[in-house]
Design a protein around this ligand. Sequence first.
Ligand code: SAH
Ligand code: SF4
Ligand code: F3S
Length: 470
Amino acid sequence: MERITTTIPQAEVDRQLQYCREIARMNADRGEAPLAFVDTYGCQQNEADSERIRGYLRQMGYDFTTDEEQARIIVLNTCAIREHAEQRVLGNLGALVHVKRRNPEQIICLCGCMAQEAHVAEKVRQSFRHVDLVFGPHVLWKFPEYIHTLLTQRGRIFSNADDPGSIAEGIPVVRQDKVKAWVSIMYGCNNFCSYCIVPYVRGRERSRRPEDILAEVRQLAEEGYHDITLLGQNVNSYGKDLEEPMDFADLLEQVNAIPGDFLVRFMTSHPKDATHKLFETMARCEKVAPVLHLPFQAGNDRVLKVMNRRHTRAQYLEKIRDLKSLIPDIVLTSDIIVGFPGETTEEFEDTLKVLEEVRFDALFTFIYSPRVGTPAAKMDDPMPREEKLANFNRLVALQDAISEEKHAAYIGKTVRCLLDGVSDDPRYDLTARTPGNRLVRVTGDREALGQFRDVKITGANKWSLFGELA
Ligand code: SAH
Ligand code: SF4
Ligand code: F3S
């Protein structure tokens, strides 16, 4: 598996920026700025990729819209993690046939993880003939060239060949938020959990050079960003593929040393690679938010083994104990899959026991969804859907009770929070995040938006906290 990551030569990225300038000139000749719609499905990596697609589009002279009828370019940046995610995309993509009939010049693009799947690309080729461009995450950096070809020659482009992946630096970004920012530190995954499509569509693990990451964080801090999330499928294996290997804890330490008023978070961590050194670094670094998302997927050792998670329940619990001893008020979240092929209800109950022992602040819970090409999709899956649903509901009920209790413990406390948005609930003015990333609905002056401020917590339920600006 050992390999040194390939970096796309800067001249190649510059060539893409040259295409952007040419397209911008073509657009300028037409008068007012044309519009583009980038619709994102999936995880934060996809959000970060969409920021790069928007970055390129802006260089090409496009402004943005969320109205399909107005858009000259529509980009669906998709997720393949579960069946449901794919169905939503295919439904929306199908509906665009009518939009394009009214706007024949429109360019429709499908990218992201679904686009990388051969069977999806084939389906689009055959049955979604209104789609002009299909490209996987590996060739996102070539987006301007594809658009240039479509604008000058029409035709259809399919670009989703299997690829271990590379790294391209210097792609412009248009960020969606003014206070919170994503920074990809690595791409791909080497873990091949038996249920998961990600390693097949995102390629092998490859790390950005620390100097590129640190320069990006430094710039964000200077621009006044207050909340920076380092992204990777498994940030704990950061750096193994670098010419001069370094580990994630060292990177975190260096990010922490960057001057500025910001908190650092990271997603996601794999338990097998989460080390004591990482926990110590988190405890010591004042900018590192006291929160860890550490997916454990299932509480039963046999199931964990078939999932190819390469850790046991005891090892997981030991890591949590270690972390809690260093950071007693750590906020913990996790991902869980219910109904993995062959998991019995008795085995599922081991998952409930982990919940009771760890007492997570919140969970992301999923019912297993078979993915074409993964080992688990070929396993016997005898449990009826109703039984899986019943187990799922037990899990959610238990977690709801725990979340509610944990949230209630905040009442009466004053917490320094980042005011990150305007509340959609009219009884509150703003939304905020605690350092541990719990949502708070806040009353008070909207001028505080974008700032860290003390918030007095006055109420709570299972989903969120309520409070007032102190
Ligand atoms: N890299 C991250 C997770 C990425 S996917 C990690 O390893 O933690 C986010 C979550 O989706 C996973 O943690 C898992 O709980 C869930 N998931 C992945 N594949 C799934 C599948 N086939 N069915 C149901 N849930 C799945
Ligand atoms: Fe998927 Fe496992 Fe990789 Fe996470 S670590 S992306 S669950 S294969
Ligand atoms: Fe989905 Fe791809 Fe992320 S499959 S969860 S968008 S890495």
